[in-house]
Write a protein that binds this ligand. Sequence first.
Ligand code: G3P
Ligand code: CA
Length: 255
Amino acid sequence: MSHDADDIKVIAHRGASGVFPENTIAAIQAAYEMKVDFIEIDVHQTADKKVVVIHDKTVDRTTNGNGKVGELSIEYIRSLDAGLWKDKSFAGEKVPLLEEVFPFIDNNTQLLLEIKKGDDFYPGIEENILNILLEHNMLDKVIIQSFYPEVLVRLNTLNPELRLHQLLVLYAPGLPFHIDTSPRFRNLKTLDFVEQVNIYSKFAFRPVINNLRKNNFGTFVWTINEVKDLKKFMNKPINGIITDYPERMLDLKKD
Ligand code: G3P
Ligand code: CA
């Protein structure tokens, strides 16, 4: 793991979502054109089992429609506008299908795909995503992250070649306690099949980062947007920074 700021990966959170509407092709293409290291997206599954790129479990906040993704058809979701809420200049943006992101993924810009809810909420979603990745020959360009260890265990069982990251809100270094979506009284070693533990910036204290390194976990820190904070974290021994403003971090790297 590196201490060199040059080696800290730039990860565009929901695409270049500071300026463009999150999780749309506009935001994803902008991040790709900036040559970021990773594009982070969130996915949910429709009633007819299509994997779509959207953060919330409803379409209410980021489109002009209403309802829960899991109860809506792909036809309805594709009829919605996913750009207008950000600015009228983005009118016409759609909620993308997972596979529509792939033209913006290659060996230089890889995909950090967050599964928001697993099989208990969206039947078969892990297998569905794995099959889409395999069909498009994307396995070596994608890392899957989730707050739910159950999702990662299922993926690891389906295909041990998948690269996986656990998301945590809080980690108590050296103690068998962490918080993902709820408190877990167990040792991080139960996650030894994941490459990294990606942590919330507010709790990314030096002992936390050091302890993760000691336990051979890399870490991406989320979500850091202000230049002063980007500068601070670019001096820490972490593997990457997840930011809505990848352009700011890329500028700092040029200095
Ligand atoms: O990549 C980590 C971060 O995306 C997790 O939080 O709510 O932005 O998906 P959220
Ligand atoms: Ca996310």
